[in-house]
Design a protein around this ligand. Structure first.
Ligand code: F0G
Length: 436
């Protein structure tokens, strides 16, 4: 349980100024409702807290590792698994082993850390979302899919030997939290297999994706979320996973692979930077919490509630005139800031302007996913409202709805921002701004 942290408008003005209008730089005790991310911010269950107490902190061969391994083996079927301290550590190791300059790594849409980790090896990260995803208002069940024809042309142009792996992000976070259909995973897998390219899932939100398949894709209504997830993993050759999302854990990640040779190299790198392969940068108790979370996340009652509550926020703002990425995704609602604030050009970061105003007006923290985060690779100017799992009640969300509608009513008064200082990579985390 956490206290509600009320602040006054004057205080929030001061905090914004001190933080250079970057919400990452505001102390969380100054935030009332924190929708910055659903990552590591979920509430652990009583069973997870109980499991923490069982954590065995042996350096090598901890029973906590083998408990986690049993759960992961059963769920994914991959031959190899190592823990890592979070998703991006798994990404760094995977790409360091598989990529080199000149390589190209396609995805439906890469997340920011994924893109940055690929590019730091000298390889190129390419997003191939379906064309319909360009229209935020189009209502498709599986708007997170990859454009399979575009994948085939990319392979033709680049040559399969220059594509060390392809990825599918499920659900498609940067693309609006939209799911990927089983048919699309199968189609991408077929193309990859034909060219000898391994397919990896960025499986952060695999359970939410499985729920969309169950409810929206023909033939899966009678399947359990676990059976669907097992089939999704069976189509891939490996995965990266952040346990901070669909494992309800506060920290942790996994790297899985079916390739013995690649995995050996990955393990060597893991030992160098993360830790021994049976703990991979985590405490034994973290491994226990992840093992329990991976089972709880597949509970149909939980998933039904989760997806319905995200839709509740989305419908209530969209039906009152706020343009969101349609239809509502799994873990977050994304406001189309370019459409909402047409008077702010993309070079002045409309998504960030909206994030600043939502904090100023109501103490709510959200995050820009657009030109600030991705530079020229950005396809949209979005404001993401990510919903931590098992944390907020409907009345908290009603407050968010009211605040957004109030900001929408005075949107013409919002101003753009200019960067005052920024680091060369992943600038959104620490850049400072001036209001124009
Ligand atoms: N892949 C996806 C699709 C993600 O959403 C994230 C993290 C990562 C990889 C990296 O995982 O944080 O454990 O290193 N997303 C968070 C977010 C940070 O707010 O969406 P990590």
């Amino acid at each position: 349980m956490e206290p509600l942290r009320h602040t006054t408008l004057e205080e929030r003005e001061r905090y914004l100024e001190q933080a250079g209008y970057n919400l990452f730089l505001i102390e969380s005790r100054r935030i009332l409702i924190d929708l910055l991310t659903d990552s590591g911010t979920s509430a652990m269950s009583t069973e997870q807290w109980a499991a923490l107490m069982r954590g065995d902190e042996s350096y090598a061969g901890s029973p906590s590792f083998f408990r986690l391994k049993r759960v992961v083996d059963d769920l994914t079927g991959f031959r190899h698994m190592v823990p890592a301290h979070q998703g991006r550590a798994a990404e760094r190791i995977l790409f360091a082993v598989m990529c080199k300059p000149g390589h190209v790594v396609p995805s439906n849409t890469h997340f920011d850390t994924t893109r940055a980790n690929i590019e730091s090896t000298g390889a190129r990260a390419v997003d191939l979302p379906i064309p319909e995803a360009a229209d935020t208002q189009a209502r498709l069940d599986f708007k997170g899919n990859m454009d399979v024809a575009a994948l085939e042309s990319l392979i033709r142009e680049t040559g399969a030997p220059n594509i060390p792996l392809a990825m599918l992000t499920v659900t498609n976070n940067s693309g609006g939290g939209q799911p990927v259909s089983m048919a699309n995973i199968e189609a991408v897998k077929r193309v990859c297999s034909r060219h000898g390219i391994p397919l990896y899932l960025d499986a952060c939100r695999f359970a939410e994706n499985a729920w969309f398949i169950r409810t929206c894709e023909a033939g899966y209504a009678e399947w359990s979320p676990k059976q669907i997830a097992q089939k999704m993993f069976s189509l891939a050759d490996g995965c990266t996973f952040s346990a901070k999302k669909d494992a309800f854990a506060n920290i942790g990640g996994l790297l899985c692979s079916n390739d013995d040779r690649v995995f050996q190299q990955e393990t060597n790198l893991l030992i160098l930077t993360e830790g021994f392969p049976t703990y991979g940068g985590l405490a034994g108790r973290d491994l226990e919490a992840i093992a329990v979370g991976l089972e709880e996340i597949l509970d149909p009652d939980y998933l039904r509630y989760r997806i319905a509550s995200t839709g509740y926020l989305g419908r209530h703002i969209a039906d009152h005139g706020v343009p969101i990425v349609e239809p509502p995704g799994g873990h977050a609602i994304y406001i189309d800031a370019a459409r909402m604030l047409p008077h702010i050009p993309r070079q002045q970061f409309p998504g960030q302007a909206l994030a600043v105003e939502l904090y100023r007006h109501a103490g709510i923290r959200s995050v820009e996913i657009g030109t600030l985060m991705f530079g020229d690779a950005a396809r949209h100017e979005l404001l993401r409202l990510a919903i931590p799992r098992r944390v907020y009640t409907q009345s908290h969300i009603d407050y968010v709805v009211e605040a957004i509608l109030e900001v929408n009513a005075h949107k013409d008064r919002l101003r753009g921002l200019e960067i005052v200082e920024a680091p060369p990579v992943l600038r959104h985390f620490s850049a400072r701004f001036r209001e124009l």
